[in-house]
Design a protein around this ligand. Structure first.
Ligand SMILES: [Cu+2]
Length: 416
């Protein structure tokens, strides 16, 4: 893909990656996240590994929340910091259309030095209305813009369909700014030993929260606990940087025969509807994906995208992301060649389990192809209570609960 095309592509990363820095998901601390009170999620002083156990013993005594989601013990050199949305936010449809609100909040982890992020524990304040949460790192080039967006909006945060809602935030998919994510069933995620995501001192974090308005409009104040290791500490010198590579593919799922007379049963009508709900830029993504993938708008239940890797890298883990109509997803390296290798195979998609799968580290070279393929199925509409009242439509890539995505996610260590 040319640099120009990469620029034209205004990406999309409403994605759920539960084992953010890959491989070793923390042991299940609780079957489900539970509401956490504002007091429990308020920013607290940074802990370090030596004080951690005493603190935990105190905090967990008689506290239902702590008992439900006890944190995983800190590893060598790790510290834990809590970041939280400054005040409660009550979601609403930003364009007056649709049933989804994406809100971004600018948070300061107050890192005193360069750090490796080695885990995230995202705590939705009100899980009834929070559909997913994604954490992004904000580098210095975007910070002024993020502050301006925050100031220009009433209440905490700003509207941010398709990422952080900032210009030039993600001109590339090959090294995305993701730090971690939460979706229903999510729990603390911890990096594989020896790996982390680099954060410079002064780095801010954007927390993107997707509110599903079908579930109501109650106020929310979400938070996250991050674990990190100072880069110049002895433990920090043993850590290698992990990056996120995103592999999106278009979605062009037609209405079923006999149910195709609705007003949204065409590609054009469905894209226009997405623009009305999410704005011109995010709504245009369904079409831009064809530019990225070199594909055409053709109704089908199975879509695919080939991407050529721009650099040498070692893949450590893979995850997939679709919404409620997804049935299966695969990611394959170098398909149709002697070096073909499956990176991800989810034969039965479960929206409530989007955890990454660790893989035997696989070295890929610049010029190698990675291919994501997704299968979606309109029949799922008849089976899922969440879509019971949603009218059948031609489904394209979009940010909403009733839209779809097809996304492969790779965790990689770069050679350069
Ligand atoms: Cu999505």
């Amino acid at each position: 893909m040319s640099h120009l095309r990469e620029r034209a592509w205004r990406p999309v990363v409403a994605v759920l990656l539960l084992c953010a820095v890959t491989a070793a998901c923390a042991p299940a601390a609780a079957p489900q996240q539970r509401p956490v009170s504002a007091a429990a999620t308020a920013p607290s002083p940074t802990e370090d590994a030596s004080t951690h156990e005493a603190h935990e013993a105190t905090a967990s005594a008689g506290s239902e929340q702590e008992a439900e989601a006890a944190p995983v013990a800190l590893r060598r050199g790790e510290r834990r910091t809590t970041i939280a949305v400054p005040s409660a936010y009550t979601p609403s449809a930003p364009n007056g259309e649709g049933t989804d609100d994406y809100r971004c909040f600018l948070l300061d982890p107050e890192l005193p030095q360069d750090a490796w992020l080695t885990g995230t524990d995202i705590r939705p304040g009100n899980p009834d209305v929070v559909h997913h949460v994604i954490l992004y790192k904000v580098d210095a080039a975007l910070l002024d813009q993020a502050r301006a967006a925050d100031r220009a909006s009433d209440g905490p945060g700003w509207t941010c369909f398709g990422g952080m809602g900032l210009e030039g935030e993600l001109d590339k998919l090959d090294d995305a700014a993701w730090l971690g994510a939460w979706a229903p069933g999510g729990r603390e995620t911890v990096s594989r030993d020896g790996y982390g995501v680099g954060l410079d001192t002064g780095t801010r974090i954007v927390m993107q929260v997707h509110y599903n308005l079908l579930a109501g409009v109650a106020p929310d104040r979400s938070a996250a606990r991050i674990r990190w290791v100072p880069q110049d500490a002895p433990a920090g010198s043993d850590i290698e940087a992990v990056h996120t590579v995103l592999l999106p593919a278009p979605v062009e799922l037609p209405c079923r025969p006999g149910r195709d007379s609705g007003p949204l049963c065409s590609h054009d009508a469905s894209v226009a509807d997405a623009k009305a709900r999410f704005g011109e830029a995010a709504g245009q993504t369904a079409n831009l994906l064809h530019l990225l993938c070199g594909t055409e708008v053709t109704p089908t239940d199975t879509t695919t995208c080939d991407r050529v890797l721009p650099r040498d890298m070692t893949i450590l883990g893979a995850a997939g992301h679709m919404h409620l109509l997804g049935r299966w997803i695969t990611v394959v390296a170098n398909p149709g060649t002697p070096r073909e290798q499956q990176l991800l195979d989810v034969p039965i998609w479960n929206f409530d389990d989007q955890a990454a799968t660790p893989i035997e580290p696989l070295r890929l070279r610049a010029g190698d192809t990675v291919q994501v393929t997704c299968h979606h199925d309109q029949e799922m509409r008849d089976l899922l209570p969440a879509l019971q009242d949603a009218e059948e439509k031609y489904v394209v890539w979009g940010e909403g609960t009733t839209d779809e995505m097809c996304l492969g996610i790779l965790q990689a260590v770069f050679d350069d």
